[in-house]
Design a protein around this ligand. Structure first.
Ligand code: CA
Length: 223
């Protein structure tokens, strides 16, 4: 497992690299925002996860995240942030980050989040799922609609897979939250809505909307 760690606090970066190496990860460190973006765009398939600090020289983590997702690079991104404001968290999720940790955090917490991001969902269920004109392949982590591949982030893919395993059923936010997030996002329950909104936008590019909002309850994927 290879990690790109984008962090400009040298001591923290080195401590994390040491700890992660001990856990068996290979870690590359980049301390500059623009250099990080260029590394990610040129070596997109080299990394299994990106740990991204928010405040960086030359380009901030939020902008990097946005641009990486615009390039349809779907590698999981874990953001490190010193700011605890909900606004920033929502912005990050809209920019396509999969998870975040507020500094200061313990190494054990970081390690647990990484494991959650790296765990491939439903490895034992490799069959293709089809609902309407959407086809999802869990083993290849690939989604097609009308012959076109739709690049999804890890969380978006997890959400869609859950919807496709429960077609035409109303799925509530609490179910989604408990299936797809290992951690307790107290006071931040709109995390599900933000990811569903992004998923719906990507699915609807070439066809009609299939992901309905059921007011006050949750969502339904219609066949
Ligand atoms: Ca920083």
């Amino acid at each position: 497992m290879k990690i790109l760690l984008v962090e400009d606090e040298q001591k923290l970066a080195e401590a994390l690299q040491k700890g992660l190496a001990h856990e068996g990860y290979t870690v590359d460190i980049i301390s500059d925002g623009k250099k990080a973006l260029s590394r990610i765009s040129l070596h997109r398939s080299d990394y299994d996860v990106i740990i991204l600090d928010l405040m960086l020289p030359s380009m901030d983590g939020l902008e990097i995240c946005k641009q990486v997702r615009e390039m349809n690079i779907t590698v999981p991104i874990l953001v490190l942030t010193a700011r605890a404001e909900t606004d920033t968290k929502v912005q990050l999720l809209l920019a396509g980050a999969d998870d975040y940790l507020v500094k200061p955090f313990s190494f054990a917490e970081l390690n647990a989040r990484l494991q959650a991001l790296l765990r491939r969902p439903n490895e034992s269920l490799p069959e293709k799922l089809t609902v309407g004109d959407i086809e999802l392949n869990p083993a290849e982590r690939k989604v097609m609609r009308e012959g076109r591949e739709i690049p999804l982030t890890l969380k978006e893919f997890g959400l869609l897979e859950y919807f496709m395993r429960h077609p035409n059923q109303v799925v509530n936010r609490e179910d989604l939250l408990s299936h797809l997030w290992d951690f307790n996002y107290v006071g931040f329950s709109n995390v599900v809505d933000v990811h569903v909104k992004n998923l719906r936008r990507k699915l609807s590019n070439d066809g009609g909307n299939v992901l309905e909002t059921v007011r006050g309850v949750g969502y339904r994927l219609a066949e």
